[in-house]
Design a binder for this molecule. Sequence first.
Ligand code: HEM
Length: 180
Amino acid sequence: MPEPAQQNPYPDSHVLGEGPEPHPQLRPVLPLLGRWHGRGRGEYPTLEQGFRYEQEITFSHDGRPFLRYESRAWLIDESGTVLRPSGRESGWWRIMPDASVEVTLAHPTGIVETYVGRVSGTEIEIATDHVARTPRAKEVTGMRRRYTVRDGELTITQDMAAMGVPMTHHLKAELRRHED
Ligand code: HEM
């Protein structure tokens, strides 16, 4: 029997020109590929005050028509001093031949979401199709996100329906691509 491969023959890549050739279906979302870092502000009607955060996101691919997605955020104060870890999520972005998008995301807070949406030019808009929650997760019932890439900057806005509040602004961040 042949020896098992020492290295995964299908590595992920987040850099164009390195690793596998991107699947042609990924063409409309190629500007998302990479590692991004930046800052944001958040609020919600149930919270006494707003907050600031830093966020790091990676979009990569293995040659098939989906992106692997990972995001980590941590809270900072007004002067940029790090306070504590905050939202994390990871998942998959399936890109269809008609530039529609299907996204699955899992959160450490006991929430799993599926989204549907579409890419139009430099903008991707997605909204939840389903939200599943473990018994003790907070009551999130819907989420809407917009990702815009312009001049090397990724802007993300997120609205949320949760805790009895209808779809309302929760987060906005601006990130820049890492050059590696
Ligand atoms: C960049 C990502 C995110 C950051 C930095 C963030 C930050 C925060 C902060 C600071 C709070 C206040 C409570 C606390 O101190 O933890 C909060 C509340 C909350 N967030 Fe987020 N969040 C993020 C993403 C999300 C996502 C993806 C969801 C839903 C899947 C979500 C759902 C909620 C809910 C339900 C609350 C509670 C509101 C309440 O208890 O009244 N957040 N968020």
